[in-house]
Design a binder for this molecule. Structure first.
Ligand SMILES: [Mg+2]
Length: 249
């Protein structure tokens, strides 16, 4: 008589954990493979309706006026022109006028962050997310810390990859995504990026990251919002995290 249980045939080997299909353009069915959660800051981690950009833009205008001794209308024109041509106004000011970036960043981010409501719900949702968490922003570390402290979520993040770390090459410059991955030793296939700007998800998708568009009402944030490079779309970051957080491993 055999002592071997009847189900010990080859077929009884435990099935491997299912691995999501990471073919570009196809969303994984679940996020169980994700161990690094990367978040844009502005208009992603807090609602775009807080309108912090109105304050930042006014300060950028004031900086340009003062630095170049020009009037408000000309400053506004340059601000827009450099943003379009260089990805950030700062890069245009550095390249054309030798502006010292630290001075600019300190000046334009000296804003009132009280329009951002503290978010115990986001704090709880981040606490349940298993894995590392990072901020990836075209702003500065100081600005990110201001906003994260106001939200009450700073303690979740192991780091902020800001425009200084990016050597002033703003998203969506692909080189900046590579620099982020190198700096924080991230395998993009196990990472997500949450973003309110569809174009900033293009390089993330090309690298094999899972992409989540946090949609806003802003007209300028709609171009490409239905692109194949976007795996998931939500109007509400906290609700999406609550619904999609994989179980802790
Ligand atoms: Mg943003």
């Amino acid at each position: 008589m055999s002592l071997t249980p009847p189900d010990s045939a080859a077929g009884a080997v435990p099935a491997p954990r299912s691995v999501p299909d990471l073919v570009p353009g196809q969303a994984p069915h679940h996020l169980g493979h994700v161990d690094v959660w990367i978040f844009d800051l502005d208009n992603t981690l807090y609602p775009a309706s807080c309108n912090l950009f109105v304050q930042v833009e006014a300060l950028i205008g004031a900086f340009i006026q003062d630095f170049l001794k020009i009037d408000a209308a000309e400053a506004k024109r340059l601000q827009k022109e450099y943003y379009r041509a260089h990805g950030t106004t700062l890069k245009g000011l550095m390249d054309h006028h030798g502006v010292e970036p630290a001075k600019f960043l300190d000046f334009v981010h000296a804003i009132d962050v009280t329009p951002v409501p503290p978010s115990p719900a986001l704090d709880a949702a981040l606490a349940r997310l298993p894995g590392r968490k990072l901020i990836f922003t075209n702003g500065s570390v100081a600005h990110a810390e201001n906003v994260m402290n106001r939200l009450g979520v700073a303690h979740h993040f192991e780091g902020v990859f800001d425009i200084v770390a990016a050597e002033y090459r703003p998203k969506p410059d692909p080189e900046t995504y590579h620099a982020l991955l190198r700096r924080h030793a991230i395998d993009p296939r196990g990472a997500t990026l949450f973003e309110d700007l569809p174009q900033n998800l293009v390089p993330a998708h090309a690298l094999g990251m899972t992409t989540i568009l946090v949609r806003t009402d802003a007209e300028w944030a709609q171009a490409g919002a239905d692109g194949e490079h976007i795996h998931h779309v939500t109007d509400d970051l906290v609700a999406w995290l609550e619904a999609n957080t994989p179980p802790a491993r």
